[in-house]
Design a binder for this molecule. Structure first.
Ligand code: MSP
Length: 514
């Protein structure tokens, strides 16, 4: 097992019932950025995503298309994997709940909890929302008697079923949440969960008999395991819960389960009780992020306001889409996406601030010094200000990233870019170039520009991995970009006498048709 400190981060596993939209891509992009940052900072990262393939909804959709559920999900899941590849999602494993390795684990866990008396047989009478795969009590329904989450009709069901004794764990869970303020974040979500548990927890129905696309209960196979009970255990499957105890103990408990705000309840209450029943530690953090909204409504297929991430990536490139999502939306809050706002960011921040800085720097280095960068003499006041700002940027950025304040961290990095653009105006290298007596000063200016861009490329690499690599290459660094570490963002890494490469446009400006 690696000597490095482990860091285990997960996204939810996505339902393959619909095409993924940019809202799903948001969650995965955030997780990817955190995973990349942690790798950069020297952690042994395990980043998990996947697909949640069972349940009545999938079975019905497959029947409608005249294919088996597995044929149905195979095609959709291949589409997920294409999207993640296009978006540069650096997951370490992709778990599908239809896989054998996962079935074994779900059955073993179900059996264990049953054997210890925490799962028992009873009769389920209640209200079920098929699209959300959720059971509700009458009191929880919305004002129209519909599902409080998606506001679609619920069905009355009555069937023999197995129940998980969640009620037994309610007090322990509440005490745990109160004693571990970091467990549920942000704090608004934590308060919601506390209020929810304080109303009292009922035992949870964890099996169904009305369909069969699921994992059979091991000792009573006419029942299939409730899809959430099945899905949540995905987090244990790839890290060796069944077959590699050393690996499991290395990565568990998870450092972060990143989830949308509407499924925090499943990840803290149901999952928390399941883990307590299994005698396992709870995840260190469940972070409920906000939604991507369009004109005030959550983006979703049923509302009909979805933005297709593949079309956006094909038009603007993955890094531009990543930049927009990570910069515009404060983690934990809802955020708007619009084409105009995306184009605005590309033109001002990516093409103008960053792209032009790189282009100007490399052109001046070529023109005035044949591309060879030397440290020059002395340190002007302008140089000192830029160096101090780079050091402060590195420190602030690192703290913000550690606190998962991604939007703040990328703004911090961009402030250094803007400051470096200002430094060009202040030092006016074109004037220095005309005066032989200022040769050493010009050397120093060019060095500072290259160095600032080198630092920038390290800091932005978790956000804009393709762009960061291109900057590294254009600056003439031949070392493997994958071996760059966070510590390389300290000032002074460009060696004296370094030769820069040629400028290529990073981001073309997008012309807006009126
Ligand atoms: N399959 C369950 C998760 C099981 S995890 C053990 C599920 N799947 S989902 O496909 O419906 O949603 C997956 C994630 O996408 C959720 O975290 C959800 O919040 C997120 N998003 C779906 N629409 C979204 C937006 N419009 N905006 C941001 N995230 C959104 O739930």
């Amino acid at each position: 097992m690696s000597e490095k400190t482990p860091f285990y981060i997960t996204t939810p596993i996505y339902y393959p019932s619909a095409k993924l939209h940019i809202g799903h891509a948001y969650c995965t992009t955030v997780a990817d950025t955190i995973a990349r940052f942690k790798r950069l900072a020297g952690y042994d990262v395990f980043f998990l995503t996947g697909s949640d393939e069972h349940g009545q909804k999938i079975q019905q959709a497959a029947e409608k298309e005249g294919v088996t559920p597995l044929q149905y999900v195979d095609r959709i899941v291949a589409g997920f994997q294409d999207l993640w590849r296009l978006l540069g999602i650096s997951y370490d494993d992709f778990i599908r709940t239809s896989e054998e390795r996962h079935h074994e684990l779900v059955q073993a866990i179900f059996q264990q909890i049953y054997d210890q008396g925490d799962i028992y047989k009873g009769e389920y009478k209640g209200l079920y929302c098929t699209p959300c795969e959720s059971y509700w009590t009458k009191l929880q329904l919305d004002e129209n008697g519909c599902c409080p989450d998606c506001h679609r009709p619920v069905q009355e069901v009555a069937e023999e079923a197995y129940f998980f004794r969640m009620s037994k764990y309610a007090d322990r869970l509440l005490a745990y949440i109160n004693e571990h303020p970091d467990f549920i974040q942000p704090v608004s979500r934590r308060n919601e969960m506390i209020a929810f548990i304080e109303q009292g927890l009922e035992d949870l129905c964890v099996s169904r008999t009305s369909f069969d696309w699921g994992i059979p209960v091991p000792f009573d196979p006419k029942h299939v395991v409730y899809v959430w009970f099945d899905a949540l255990t995905n987090y244990l499957t790839p890290i060796g819960y069944m077959d590699d105890k050393a690996k499991f103990n290395h990565y568990w408990p998870a450092d972060v389960h990143l989830v949308g705000k509407e499924i925090v309840r499943f990840h803290t209450i149901i999952w928390g009780c399941m883990l307590m029943a299994l005698g396992l530690d709870l995840p260190k953090k469940v972070y409920g992020h906000g939604w991507l909204i369009v004109d005030g409504a959550k983006m979703s297929k049923s509302v009909g306001n979805v933005v297709d991430p593949i079309a956006l990536i094909e038009e603007f490139g993955a890094d531009a889409v990543r930049y927009f999502l990570l910069r515009e939306i404060t983690l934990g809050q809802d955020g708007n996406i619009s084409r105009d706002a995306l184009i605005g960011r590309i033109n001002s921040d990516l093409a103008n601030d960053l792209g032009n800085l790189l282009h100007r720097t490399l052109s001046m280095a070529k023109k005035y010094r044949g591309g060879v960068i030397t440290k020059g003499a002395g340190r002007t006041d302008f140089d000192a200000v830029l160096e101090d700002m780079a050091a402060a940027t590195f420190a602030d950025y690192t703290e913000q990233m550690e606190r998962m304040e991604l939007s703040a961290a990328i703004k911090t990095a961009w402030a250094l870019i803007s400051r470096t653009n200002k430094y060009i105006d202040e030092t006016a290298p074109w004037t220095l170039a005309k005066d032989e007596a200022k040769a050493a000063e010009l050397d120093s200016v060019l060095y500072h520009l290259v160095e600032s861009l080198r630092v920038t490329s390290v800091l932005i690499s978790p956000f804009l991995p393709v762009t960061a690599r291109r900057i590294h290459g254009q600056l003439g660094f031949t070392s493997d970009f994958d071996s760059v570490q966070l510590a390389d963002a300290a000032w002074g890494g460009t060696p004296d006498g370094h030769t820069v490469g040629s400028a290529e446009q990073l981001f073309p400006r997008i012309e807006i048709e009126k």
